[in-house]
Design a protein around this ligand. Structure first.
Ligand SMILES: *Cc1c(COP(=O)(O)O)cnc(C)c1O
Length: 377
């Protein structure tokens, strides 16, 4: 990658990072299916030494986060590599509200006696600062999934921690366009590239980004040992998706802000969680910390689980599906999932896409009507 690219704005970086520069080369990095290389030039085997397609994805995300990246088969493969690097007998701090898959990994390791686990409320900054002194892994996710709580990343990332301790931030919801935790002092940034980076609901991939090249080597080693390598097509599609991330985010974020306001004003809705709303408990911090308020809106529909299910059943444009961050809007009742009992039963997590906002509102309005009918109108 030419050095000049480091000075590009984020949208230009997304378009140009990781592409071949030789005259006659294809404009973009093609998918290069490879397991092994001709010996004599350093590279031996892809699981250990990487591949041109993964490296394009690593260049795109690493540069945007202000560090060096390692691509994985999924967000969870990246998460597992961080936990796997912990010495036995460590102490881990995890948010009370975070991606349920991360909570499962942390809980499974605790049950096996590999580490002690402490759960801390996302907004309890004093407890996070204290955890930085006592934990080998401090895991943050902000805004959190699915309650969209905002952690004071700047305060927590600059809290003193012992040598060798790791502070990791899951930046999946914010994307590096809205928030760059490495610059605040985090050691590791975690992405499910399945979500906004890929952006088309057609791949699974994950990325870790670190400030320190030595630490990158550790995670490359973890990937080699665990075998959590990305597929060539997935890495290619993730880069292709990332090329338009800035545009997609801008549009989806504008749609999300508009829908959050309309939902807040609607009597069929009990509560809306979106850090962009002036009355949201995380708003002041979000305004200081985030470049934009994101594409996810969580809201509680009047009438609880039954009303929320009726709403999902009535939608036509918004897809009733799990996951998030695609060009298409999706919605899910997270409280219906096992292990998600802290979530209000009527809470819906809406991942807002890039459709015309009036079409999205028309769809939601009709579905809210169907939900309200379960309350007797
Ligand atoms: C989806 C998700 C993950 C896990 O990523 P996969 O690609 O599904 O393995 C981790 N963190 C957050 C915040 C997510 O939304």
């Amino acid at each position: 990658m030419p050095a000049r690219s480091r000075n590009l704005g984020p949208a230009s970086w997304l378009v140009s990072a990781g592409r071949p520069e030789r005259p006659g080369a294809s404009v973009n990095t093609p998918p290069v299916p490879v397991s092994n290389y001709r010996l004599g030039a350093g590279r031996v085997y892809a699981r250990a030494d990487g591949s041109p397609t993964w490296e394009a994805l690593e260049a795109v995300v690493g540069g945007l986060e202000g560090g060096e990246a390692v691509a994985f088969a999924s967000g969870m493969a990246a998460v597992a590599a961080v936990f796997d690097e912990l010495p036995v007998g460590s102490r881990v701090a995890l948010p009370e509200d975070c991606y349920h898959g991360v909570a499962k990994v942390a809980e499974a390791g605790r049950q096996k006696g590999r580490w002690a686990l402490e759960r801390i409320a996302v907004t309890d900054t004093a407890s996070w600062v204290a955890a930085c002194r006592s934990c080998q892994l401090v895991w943050l996710e902000s805004p959190s999934n699915p309650l969209l709580q905002v952690a004071d990343l700047a305060a927590i990332c600059r809290a003193p921690r012992p040598p060798g301790a790791t502070l990791a931030v899951d930046n999946t919801f914010a994307t590096p366009l809205n928030q760059r935790p490495l610059a605040l002092g985090a050691d590791v940034v975690v992405h499910s590239a399945t979500k906004l980076i890929g952006g088309h609901s057609d791949l699974l991939a994950g990325v870790l980004a670190v400030r320190d090249p030595g630490q990158r080597g550790r995670y490359v080693g973890a990937r080699e040992r665990r075998g959590g390598t990305p597929g060539v097509l997935e890495a290619y599609l993730a880069v292709r998706g990332a090329r338009t991330l800035a545009l997609r985010l801008e549009r989806a974020q504008a749609n999300a802000g508009e829908l959050a306001e309309r939902l807040t004003a609607d009597r069929r809705v009990e509560q809306v969680r979106y850090p962009g709303l002036p009355d949201d408990p995380g708003h002041a911090l979000a305004r200081a910390q985030l470049g934009g308020f994101g594409t996810i809106v969580s809201f509680v529909v009047r009438g609880g689980g039954a009303a929320a299910d009726a709403l999902c059943g009535r939608l036509e444009l918004v897809v009733h599906a799990t996951s998030l961050g695609g060009v298409e809007s999706t919605i899910e009742r997270r409280g219906a999932q096992a292990g998600q009992e802290h979530i209000p039963p009527g809470l819906l997590r809406l991942s807002v896409g890039i459709e015309d906002v009036e079409d999205l509102w028309h769809d939601l309005d009709a579905a809210l009507q169907a939900a309200d009918a379960t309350n007797g109108g």
